[in-house]
Design a protein around this ligand. Sequence first.
Ligand SMILES: [Cu+2]
Length: 168
Amino acid sequence: MSFRTLAAALALSVFALPALAGEASIKIMDPYARASTPSSTSGAIFLKVMNDGAADRLIGASTPAANMAMLHTHEEDANGVMKMIHVEDGFEVPADGALLLERGGNHVMLIGLTGSLQQGDTVPLTLIFEQAGEVSIDVPVDLKRKPDGHSGHGGHGNDHGDAHSSDS
Ligand SMILES: [Cu+2]
């Protein structure tokens, strides 16, 4: 191997390192996607981000399954009505901690679904982290999943996925 080739190989391995499985400090657990009805034009993705490294930030997401993927959270307005809000700064992923995207709380909003979400389908999703960069996963569609119910909002927000569609 010439020096030039060796140098090129070394440079390549340096760039390849962050993508190596097992090296990443960010892990995505238990993702699922859902929409309220087969004709819904929007949906949402829920998951858990596990981080065994330094603090990071989830700042964006993209998927071919929707025209736009946005980071949303729920917030109660002055009248006690839960509303979804686009969180432009993203969500903090604490050091050696976890970030939960769950029903009634933070989520990846899918706006303008490019096809209906069918039970058994898989949706590719790329999450963008400030430090870790892009993390791509496959998200199973699970229309039957019930909210975990420990958030105290179990009785509300079940029709989440339709909240953006005012077109009917
Ligand atoms: Cu939303």
